[in-house]
Write a protein that binds this ligand. Structure first.
Ligand SMILES: Nc1nc2c(ncn2[C@@H]2O[C@H](COP(=O)(O)OP(=O)(O)OP(=O)(O)O)[C@@H](O)[C@H]2O)c(=O)[nH]1
Ligand SMILES: [Mg+2]
Length: 307
């Protein structure tokens, strides 16, 4: 196939509106982690798909962290990741949660200001329409968003069940610059396999724990030995305080066992093979609150790929 158009499309919006679910729906693979909790995605994740929906285009989708009011240095980093992605894209998709109704546009204050400097075309996506009843209730929501700024198009979708996703891809296709592929056509992402393994572990922590633990967790892969028939992975899960470690380990180690079981199942599904997974919980005081702490776990503004 000859690629006739290629470009970068950034997915931005508030936490929990469904950006990562949409990324996965657009590429037809479960690449980006998804949880019911806000602030799941921490840094930019790139997903390349060439020739989907019978197009002759290469889409380079960029999933980004939800734009929010930051409480920690980590939050500043996450917002900057989203802003940088929006500013360097050929087109932007602003994702919103249509089920929030007329309250949505006001809750998007930080997103509006992030997008204020973006000059490239922006498509507004009203996601989670499967939760909107009756369907007529969508119209006033659409109008409320349209009043806030100019959009190239406004498209209702359900990233979860796939409704409207092809229509969105076709609208984006029109916005891609003409030209050759930006990446080899068999490229899926810019991150190494072990980065996704670390993400699967963080995903399991976010799902299995509550309180502040999901927001102060960083995962470090310590060993990744692929020589045995069943590859052996050991990883450290860092939290900020001894109390958080206690929550994560749980009484008699119950909770960390559940985290391990869920992470292993998801890693095995992702890699298509069995793995041996060993997890250690460690305390790295206040790592989310300093640039040095963030850098230690690879949350660095200037480097796109962490290992
Ligand atoms: N009902 C419904 N739920 C959805 C839809 N899309 C996403 N969700 C759910 O919304 C929650 C958040 O989804 P994510 O994809 O993680 O949201 P996100 O915008 O990437 O969130 P952050 O990474 O925290 O910024 C998950 O529980 C998803 O299953 C949808 O179309 N319909
Ligand atoms: Mg996400």
């Amino acid at each position: 196939m000859t690629v006739e158009r290629a470009g970068i499309v950034a997915l931005v919006g508030r936490p929990n509106v469904g950006k990562s679910t949409l990324l996965n729906a657009l590429i037809g693979e479960s690449l980006s982690i998804v949880t019911p909790k806000p602030e799941t995605t921490r840094d930019r994740v790139l997903a390349v798909v060439t020739g989907p929906f019978a197009t002759r285009s290469q889409f380079v989708f960029v999933d980004t962290p939800g734009i929010h009011r930051p409480h920690r240095q980590l939050g500043e980093y996450m917002n900057a990741e989203a802003r940088n992605a929006a500013e360097s894209a050929d087109a932007v998709v602003m994702v919103t949660d249509a089920s929030e109704g007329l309250a949505g546009p006001d809750r998007d204050e930080n997103v509006w200001s992030t997008l204020a400097t973006v000059t490239r075309p922006i498509i507004l996506v009203l996601n989670k329409v499967d939760k909107v009843r009756p369907k007529e209730a969508l119209l006033p929501v659409l109008e409320a968003y349209a009043k806030r700024r100019e959009f190239t198009a406004i498209i209702p979708i359900s990233a979860q069940d796939g409704g409207g996703v092809e229509r969105l891809a076709r609208a984006l296709n029109e916005l891609l610059p003409e030209g050759p592929a930006l990446y080899p056509v068999d490229t899926l992402t810019d991150r190494p396999e072990r980065w996704f393994v670390a993400e699967r572990i963080r995903e399991a922590v976010m799902i299995e724990t509550g309180e502040e633990v999901p927001y102060v967790t960083a995962v470090e892969i310590d060993t990744y030995d692929e020589r045995p028939a069943v590859p052996r992975i050991t990883a450290s899960i860092h939290v900020e305080r001894p109390g958080q470690k206690k929550i994560l380990v749980g009484a008699g180690g119950e909770r960390i066992k559940a985290v391990g079981a869920l992470a292993r199942a998801n890693i095995e599904r992702m890699l298509g093979k069995k793995v041996y997974l060993e997890l250690w919980v460690k305390v790295s005081p206040d790592w989310t609150r300093s640039p040095e702490g963030l850098a230690r776990f690879g949350y660095r503004q200037d480097s796109k790929s962490r290992e």
